[in-house]
Unconditional design. Sequence first.
Length: 261
Amino acid sequence: MSAAAERGERQFTIGISLKLYMGVAESASWAASLARIARNHPAAAATDIFVAPSFPALPAVAGALTGSRIRLAAQDVFWEDAGAFTGEVGAGQLVEVGCSVVEIGHAERRRLFGETDEIVAAKAATSARHGLQPLVCVGEPEHTSAPLAALEVVTQIDAAFAGATPGEMRPWIVAYEPHWAIGRQQPASTAHIAQVLDALALWGAESGHRPTLLYGGSARPGTLTELADTTSAVDGVFLGRYAHDPRTLTSVLNEIDALAT
């Protein structure tokens, strides 16, 4: 169970990735708008919110988030701590600039850069060792049935946790993002998502690694409410382009406020 569930509470999480859409100044301005929203919205105090800008924007965004409850995340990490690895960024460096979450194994990393389950596991292990909370992305490459999708993502997350040491990490975050739904006009169907999240929750209960479960893949305002009405396994959403407008955070926090009452 998640820590919130163990306390009898239902805490939700909102994650946002900017990918490579904004420059440094634009990312900082956007983050400052989110920080203002989080300071004033009643649901923000009980919601875990994190944002993942590009690497060069991390220090500027960290400054813009000062005084808010929003956590800083990175979009990737290298599996070694240091060495002759030109262009790579280590987990220790991410901690130095203020990150507490790191995204690992996104569909684009797998498709464009050939990342495998073994690479994802190595990146997750080094992140956890440095005190970063791994955000592991899982999802089936092709549109298939929910049971087959569930088998695929459970295999992926089982591999990602292969080197995990529970004593050295906070609960992991797992974002279910079916590859075929990323960037599309519509997310996967609520029934499909719910079945896969339920399978991931069952895996967590049986393995003792109950992660925080998010849905990404064209998630938008309204997605969390639909899922929360269908399955208790969903802990939040991982947003992309729909959150480029800061008002999206207000919309999703409004949903959380309604779900809480």
